[in-house]
Design a protein around this ligand. Structure first.
Ligand code: FES
Length: 231
């Protein structure tokens, strides 16, 4: 039976760094936007979650049940069509993202009306500008990572501004229990480790931790094992 380690292509004894690296590669290949399918994308994500939460047997059992179900004549008759693949896609939010660090080079300001239209015309790397699909109720940072993007963070718990994004379109409510002052919330700043988009579409500028004032709320990444070195 296929284990979550098989799905990611890593040895069961692989350390966290190797597992995370393998996950980032596999989830990119599996994503529908990059030639994969929603079924495969979800399989890779489930495998990674099972490893992280130390429940590989549960993953294997779920896969076995899934295989048994799809092996029935009824399922075989129904399976494999493009419509079925589409029907599997859960409700989600199409999020357009842009890296704050590239704005100056493009001669753009974060409040420009046509910010995203001009970014779309620029020859930016996918890590700097692009679109991604975010499942409802999933924090934006988690989803960005599931798409193979490396956005800054430190505490992952609302206690810093390292993961801050500026919402330029759509809705992204901020849950309680965070350090952002009201004035930043009113300016559309959200903490991507906690906040999830709720509108059909959203536009966010990530990497805004260097905005004057927000900078004061940053935490040194050295205090957290998983913080980005350049954060
Ligand atoms: S990483 Fe610290 S609040 Fe999100």
């Amino acid at each position: 039976m296929e284990s979550p380690f098989d799905v990611l292509g890593v040895d069961p004894d692989a350390d966290d760094v190797a597992v995370e690296r393998a996950y980032r590669e596999r989830v990119l290949e599996a994503h529908p936007d990059h030639g994969g399918s929603m079924r495969e994308f979800q399989r890779v994500r489930a495998a990674y979650a099972a490893i992280q939460e130390d429940r590989p047997e549960e993953f294997e059992r779920a896969r076995r049940e899934d295989t048994d179900e799809t092996a029935t004549p009824e399922a075989a008759d129904e399976g494999g069509s493009a419509e079925d693949e589409e029907a599997e896609v859960p409700d989600g939010v199409r999020v357009e993202y842009l890296d704050y660090d590239v704005l100056a080079d493009l001669g753009l300001e974060i409040d420009d009306e046509d910010l995203f239209a001009r970014a779309a015309e620029a020859d930016l790397d996918r890590s700097e500008y692009g679109e991604m699909w975010v499942p409802h109720d999933e924090p934006l940072l988690k989803s960005a990572e599931a798409h193979g993007l490396t956005w800054p963070y430190a505490c992952r718990g609302g206690a810093c501004s390292n993961c801050a994004v500026a919402v330029r379109g759509g809705e992204m409510p901020m849950p309680t229990g965070h350090i952002l002052p009201e004035e930043w919330l009113n300016r559309g700043i959200r903490l991507s480790c906690l906040s999830a988009p709720t509108s059909d579409e959203a536009q966010v500028v990530f990497n805004v931790k260097h905005l004057p004032g927000l900078d004061d709320l940053r935490l040194p990444p050295s205090r957290f094992d998983k913080a980005r070195l350049n954060d």
